[in-house]
Design a protein around this ligand. Structure first.
Ligand SMILES: Nc1ncnc2c1ncn2[C@@H]1O[C@H](COP(=O)(O)OP(=O)(O)OP(=O)(O)O)[C@@H](O)[C@H]1O
Length: 302
């Protein structure tokens, strides 16, 4: 579906993408996660050929649909005409049949005469999606699809979008700086920093075999221990076996080690707790329904 080898992009002297390799199979959703300015949007624009770039290979078929931030519906056109815009090569009758089929499929028949500013964010997403399908997209490129949406709507739309992509048998690349978007949506996540891909893999594999501190920071929920951990200790040996990176979730309450509680933040379902053990500090999450004293026993999942 998509194959990229050694893609470079420069703006003047500024090399923004530095040898990107990526591949995507049919029916896969890939998220590109990185901080601001890391090159995410530029990569998406290069894939869509909206920017020139240099590469050994860039193959993605011709049916590429770009869904921009806020869905970029034409404000002066009705929902019906927004979808019709993608069908200008069909006869009026063929286009009408196709539009009605798509309106029914995405449950938006009742909105066909409304303008984009008269519908909700979720409805706008469905219209944009219907328009991309009408245009024959097989690979969808989505740039920050959920920015500017509140948390509740965002969670609902993530589920709906994934569902629509899978039902239609499409592939998608989603650019985001929100790790939760990446986890919810993706079959694979690519971490990008300074125009290079640091790591790529399934969400679970990426999280539990993080390669370096930068990737750990992007993925969140991971401790990075800077100390050399020279003293003989079972917990230290385990940390070293993990290249000094381990997840908050790999520490449990009870167990053979004793630590001081340095700080405790209530974050809803859990407390985020900072523990100190033999001079090192790390975080873990414990159920917020439990009382937590100043000193606690802990263990680690091996
Ligand atoms: N048209 C352009 N001309 C010159 N420089 C550009 C252009 N577009 C992007 N850049 C530069 O390329 C770099 C990467 O930008 P890009 O928009 O791809 O980052 P991003 O990871 O998508 O960031 P954000 O999350 O903030 O949208 C930045 O340093 C940016 O200033």
């Amino acid at each position: 579906m998509l194959e990229i080898r050694n893609l470079h992009k420069k703006f003047g002297q500024n090399e923004v993408l530095k040898g990107i390799d990526l591949s995507l199979k049919s029916n896969e959703i890939l998220s590109i996660l990185g901080s601001s300015g890391s090159g995410k949007s530029t990569l998406l624009r290069c894939i869509a050929k909206l920017e020139n770039s240099q590469y050994d290979e860039l193959r993605c078929g011709s049916n590429v649909g770009f869904m921009f931030q806020n869905y970029a519906l034409f404000p002066h056109l009705s929902v019906y005409d927004n979808i019709a815009f993608a069908l200008n090569k069909l006869s009026k009758k063929e286009a009408d049949d196709k539009i009605n089929e798509l309106l029914a499929k995405f449950g938006i028949q009742g909105l066909k005469d409304k303008k984009p500013d008269q519908i909700s964010g979720g409805q706008a997403q469905r219209v944009a999606f219907a328009r991309a399908i009408a245009a024959g997209a097989k690979l969808l490129l989505l740039d920050e699809p959920f920015s500017n949406l509140d948390q509740g709507l965002k969670q609902a739309l993530r589920v709906e979008l994934k569902d629509m992509i899978q039902k239609e048998g499409l592939s998608a690349i989603v650019v985001t700086h929100d790790i939760d978007d990446a986890y919810y949506l993706s079959d694979k996540i690519a971490l990008i920093d300074g125009g290079k891909i640091l790591d790529i893999g399934t969400p679970n594999k990426l999280f539990y075999s993080v390669k370096d501190e930068k990737s750990a920071q992007m993925l969140g929920g991971l401790n990075y221990i800077h100390s050399d951990l020279t003293s003989q200790d079972k917990f230290f040996d385990w940390i070293k076996s993990r290249n000094n990176i381990f997840a908050y979730s790999e520490i449990y309450m009870g167990g053979e080690f004793e630590a001081n509680v340095i700080s405790k933040s209530f974050i809803g379902l859990f407390y985020k707790i900072e523990l100190e053990y033999k001079g090192i500090r790390f975080y873990t999450l414990w159920p917020s329904c439990l009382e937590i004293s100043n000193s606690v026993k802990f263990g680690f999942y091996n």
